[in-house]
Structure formats: C-alpha cells, structure tokens
Design a binder for this molecule. Structure first.
Ligand SMILES: Nc1ncnc2c1ncn2[C@@H]1O[C@H](COP(=O)(O)OP(=O)(O)OP(=O)(O)O)[C@@H](O)[C@H]1O
Ligand SMILES: [Zn+2]
Length: 623
C-alpha cells in the first residue's frame, strides 16, 4: 500500500538527520574550539592530537598561509603579536602536530565569544537539514507527488483546489433523475438565505453511488458549476497516503478553508478508500486511515449546514463503507447513477460529439444501440477514438466506419496487431464463436447477432460475438434468461462437438452463465426445488454496525448445498439443449466457422446470407 512508500521517505529523512548530527558530534571531538587557557591545559594533558589555525578568522593577518614548516612558525609569531590585542580568536582548529610547540609559547588571548561554538555547531546541524528538505520538496513538487511532506509545508496555505468549475448540467447527459435530485442542492447553494427562510431541509452530505466512469465526479462538478460556487475536491486515497497525523489535520484544514469560502462544495472522490468500515483492513490495521475517518465523522457532526457548505462524495463500492458514514447527519442523501440506457447513451454521445465534425452518415442512435453496458466515460473514449481514427486516415469528418473501428477497439481493447494466433487456436476460436452465433440466431428469446469476429483484441478476448439488443430491457422472462444461458454455453459445446476436446477460452462464458443461473435460483424464485424464497448474499446494512464478514449468511448450509445442486442441474440441462441444437445443425456450424476463418469478421448481412442457404433445424427440447 501507498502509505509504506510515504513512510519510508519519512524514515529516510530522520535517518539522514541523525547521520548529520552524529557527524557533527564526531567532528566535535577533533575540532575543539575553546579559550586558549583551556586549550593549553588540554595540550599539557596530551589530549590534543592535531592543531590547525583557522585562517579565515585572522585573515588579513595570516594571508592564507599554510600551517606547517616555516610558515607555521610565522603563524605562531603572528599569534604572539596579536596576543596583546583583542582579536577574536573564537576557534582554533588543530590539525598539525608541528604547530603544537609554537602554539604553546604563543600567548593567544581569547576574546571570550564562547557562544560562537554553539552557533556554529547548530548551524552545522541545521543547515544541511534545511538544504536537504528544500531539495526534497523541490523534487516532490517536480514529480507531482501530493500529500506527504509537501502538505505539511503548505498546510497553512491553500492546499485544496477551490476552483469555480465551468461544468454545467448540460454537460451531463443521460442521468436526469440524479440531476433532478441534485437540483435542490443547487438551489440551496445559490441562495442559502432564501432557502432557509422558506424552511427547506438542507442535506449535509450527498453520496453519489455508481459504477466507474458513470460521471459521478462530473455530476458533482456540475452542481458546483450550476450554483456558481467553489469546488473543493480531494480524493479519499490521497488522505490515506499521508503521514501519521497529517490526514486528520488535513480534514480539519479542508473544512476550515471551505467554511471561509461558503457557500461551496467539498467533494471527496473515492470515499471508499478512506471510509472502509473500521476494523476491516485486517491485522495491518491502518490506524492512520481510521484516525482520518474519525476526524471526518467528527467534522461532519460539528458542521452546521447553515454555513452553506455541502459535502459530496463519490464511491463505486457503497457496500464496504463504514456504516457510521451513512447515518443521519452525515452522508444521508444517496444519489445512484446507473450505466446509461439506450436513450441515455445517445444523449451522452451527443454531448461528446458537440465539438466533433460528423459525416452526415453518422447515426448516433445506431451507435448507442451497439454499445450496451458502456458507461459515460467509455462513450467519451469511443468518440475520441473515432475522431482519432478519422484524423489518422486523413478524413474531413468522422464517419460510421470510424465509429465501427472505435467500438471494436473500446470493446476488446486495442487490436493486437503483432499477436499471431496459431492456426489451430484460430480454428478453435472460429468454431467457438460460430457456436455462440448459431445458437443465438436459433433461440427465439435471444438477441440477434450483429457481428462475429475472430480477430484477437487484447489478451482477454480472442474473438467475440456481438449481439444487438432490440430494445433496452428492464424485465427478463425465465425463457429469455434460459436462452441467454444457452448462447453463453454454445461456444464451449461447439468445441466439444468439433474437437472432442475443450479449451480454456470459455472461462468468461461459463462464469457469466453460472452467475445468471445463480441469480435465477437465489433471487428470482425460478427454481422449482427451492420455490419462491430468495437467498441473497449477506450485505452490509446502513443500520447495523456489523461489518459484512461477521454477518451470518441468511440461509443454512444445507440450503447452500441445494442452491449449488440446482445451479449444476440448470447448467447441465442447458448444456444438453445446446448440444442437441448444434448436433442437428452441424453443417451450418461448419459453414459459419469456415466463413469466419476465411473472413475473420462476419457482419449481420453476411450472416443472414449464409443462414438463408442453410436449413436451420429447430430441436424440440424441454425447458
Ligand atoms: N453522464 C455523462 N454525460 C456526459 N459525459 C459523461 C457522463 N458520464 C461520464 N462522462 C464522461 O466520462 C468522464 C469521466 O467521468 P467521471 O470521472 O465523472 O466518472 P466517475 O463516475 O467519477 O468515474 P470513477 O468512478 O472512475 O472516478 C467525464 O469527464 C465525461 O467526459
Ligand atoms: Zn465464448
């Protein structure tokens, strides 16, 4: 974890300092600076081993002469002469034994600035340290490291970016419900006084919950932008990376600064990094994080919303948050953002295409239809990729082929151009994908196939069969779920049939099929044996202070066994159905796989053409 790294530089600094101090202490031994009388006593006691005369101190008199031989004699004479005066010999450094005699006869009167010894000593300790710190801060600044020492150094200054964001609700598309919910916060921030007079209840903390890239940060910024108030933003993980005691101090600082700029918004990104349930981090027990979290809780409690500061936070893992954070008076208002639906995706595409020159052929609706599951950030990325592609090819406008390419890229990661699949692997993938596609086409309740590809994209996807949902679905029937499981298993079954052996390529398919089967049984009451009861996995509750791991499961071990058995049975049945279907349509499977091997990519039109020349044999099977 990050804190370790931070601590080690802390230790490094301490060790460095100790070395500096030791060095000067050791140096003290041989560098005696003391009144002449004492020096003489030491000399007589035979404790002085070396003598140097600090030339600088009597420069102008000694002219930088050396310290041995004849010159040494001269030096001693000079000292003798000076002895009558008041010359401030504060330091006599002793390095040359030859000088000892001379110095013994010399009458150096010491002018009594004994304190100088301490001044110089302290200087020799502190100066290197100060220089070191300055260099260190410089390096930290250059590397852009935040937190750490730099934040100590700056803790009185403005550490937190308080910027007026230029983002407005117009920039956030497809999440209208969330926007509506936050409109109230905007109203309040715009005119806290008026709002209070009208007796509105102001939320203190708003938690935005949603999958990565769904626009949580964007939405928080838009609230600040709409209201025209400063936006103080910090990430939960930044807090955690700090040194002992710094995190808590920074929380205090943050609130202090925000109060001065009210009305404003404090935004904590990745709240889960800071706000994991206490005691969940295991033995390593990150005390620092807990201290910071406690400080945050304290600040939120002692905070009066009337001051006009709204605390917003974002997380994609609300279930691991410390329940204390969710209690009334803290983050008690929750705004959920889902991945956008078909219409939402189209709107988001519109937002991001605003500054892109599109060819007339581009239909954003069609693109939206082909990108189910894409979050806002993925769509932004998609538009960017398409524009880049068009620019690379030298087009004046971005057209549909650029989007096609971009979808492929975003879906499967960048095309691995130099990755060469051996012919045997390629064949396996072709039959596997052909299996998916054929069963998808033959199951009445499955989505139609839009495109099949066996061009490897990234390490995870050697090929893919893309299905086009005809419409956005909120409810799925049992028959539809079963058909989906069939389609997922079809890749694996095709491999079995054709090669009599199976590959590891079906891992993701099997996992998704298993998840689907499990949900049918434990959530949707679709198992005859278990009936209508639901068997949800235990979850943390905002009302219980019990961490997830300590909650007992809501069903018995025997039930768990039955659930497992039901899943296996459901999958076995699906396997049988798919096997029958593919056996009966072996010729079509072969033809499609061959076509894939030849073309690598088969689109909807080509697929329909192929299937029209083959008589698909529906197979009767029990569900
Ligand atoms: N609803 C949306 N409308 C328009 N653009 C969006 C939307 N959602 C995301 N984006 C785009 O994606 C980018 C990233 O979104 P943002 O950082 O807000 O997501 P996030 O949910 O905070 O992600 P993470 O959980 O990874 O921090 C935004 O800057 C924006 O360009
Ligand atoms: Zn597959």
């Amino acid at each position: 974890m990050e804190p370790k790294k931070q601590f080690s530089s802390w230790y490094f600094l301490i060790i460095f300092w100790v070395i500096v101090i030791f060095q000067s202490l050791i140096a003290q031994d041989s560098m005696i600076s003391l009144p002449y009388s004492e020096f003489k006593t030491l000399l007589k006691a035979g404790k002085v081993k070396e003598i140097t005369i600090e030339e600088q101190l009597i420069s102008g008199t000694l002219n930088g002469n050396g310290v041995n031989g004849l010159v040494a004699k001269e030096t001693a004479d000079h000292i003798k002469q000076l002895g009558a005066g008041e010359h401030p010999f504060s330091t006599i450094r002793v390095t040359d034994p030859a000088l000892m005699q001379d110095l013994e006869v010399a009458k150096v009167r010491y002018s009594g600035k004994a304190d100088n010894k301490w001044v110089s000593t302290i200087l020799s300790w502190v100066l290197p340290g100060v220089i070191f710190v300055v260099i260190w801060l410089f390096v930290m600044n250059r590397t852009g490291t935040t937190g750490g020492l730099m934040s100590i150094g700056k803790s009185k200054a403005k550490v937190y970016m308080a910027k007026e964001t230029s983002v407005t609700f117009d920039d956030v598309a497809g999440i209208d419900e969330a926007k509506d919910e936050l409109m109230q916060v905007v109203e309040f921030l715009k005119s806290p006084e008026r709002y209070r007079r009208l007796g509105g209840k102001i939320p203190k903390g708003v938690l935005i919950v949603g999958a990565p890239g769904t626009g949580k940060t964007l939405l928080a910024k838009a609230v600040a932008g709409e209201a025209g108030v400063p936006f103080f933003s910090i990430s939960g993980s930044e807090f955690v990376e700090m040194f002992v005691g710094v995190g808590a101090a920074r929380v205090r600082d943050l609130f202090e600064q925000a109060e001065q700029r009210a009305p404003c918004i404090i935004f904590i990104d990745e709240l889960d990094a800071l706000g994991k349930a206490r005691g969940m981090s295991g033995i390593s027990g990150n005390d620092e994080r807990e201290q910071t979290l406690n400080q945050l809780l304290v600040q939120m409690d002692g905070f009066d919303t009337n001051k006009g500061v709204i605390i917003m936070a974002a997380t994609n893992r609300p279930e691991i948050l410390d329940p204390a954070l969710l209690r009334p008076g803290r983050f008690d208002r929750h705004v959920a953002i889902d991945r956008p639906d078909l219409v939402g995706r189209e709107k988001i595409l519109h937002v991001h295409c605003k500054h892109v020159t599109l060819a007339p052929s581009v239909e954003l609706t069609a693109i939206a239809a082909r990108t189910p599951g894409f979050a806002g950030a993925d769509l932004a990325n998609l538009v960017n990729e398409a524009a880049l592609h068009a620019a690379r090819v030298g087009k004046d406008a971005v057209d549909m082929t650029d989007f096609d390419e971009a979808i492929d890229r975003v879906v499967g990661g960048l095309e691995k151009k130099n990755r060469i699949m051996n012919p045997r692997e390629k064949e396996t993938v072709a039959y596997h994908e052909a299996g998916h596609a054929l069963v998808a086409e033959m199951r009445p309740n499955a989505d139609r196939v839009g495109k099949i590809s066996i061009i490897p994209r990234g390490i995870a996807a050697l090929g893919y069969t893309q299905q086009i949902p005809t419409e956005e679905r909120y409810l799925l029937k049992k028959s539809e779920l079963l058909d989906r499981i069939d389609v997922l298993l079809a890749g694996r079954v095709a491999e079995e049939l054709v090669f009599g052996d199976v590959s590891t390529g079906a891992q993701n398919d099997l996992q998704r099929a298993t998840d689907m089967a499990r949900h049918m049984i434990t959530r949707y009451g679709m198992s005859e044996t278990l009936g209508l009861a639901t068997f949800e996995e235990p979850r943390t509750s905002a009302f219980l202070d019990v961490p997830m791991s300590q909650q007992p499961p809501s069903y018995s071990e025997r039930t768990a066994q039955v659930i497992d058995d039901e899943i296996s049975k459901l999958l076995a049945k699906a396997h049988e159905r798919v096997e029958l279907t593919l056996q009966a349509n072996r010729a079509s499977l072969e033809a499609l796989a061959k076509l894939l091997l030849e073309k690598e990519v088969v689109d909807r039109v080509t697929l329909e053409g192929l299937l029209s020349t083959h008589d698909l044999q529906p197979v009767e099977h029990s569900k």
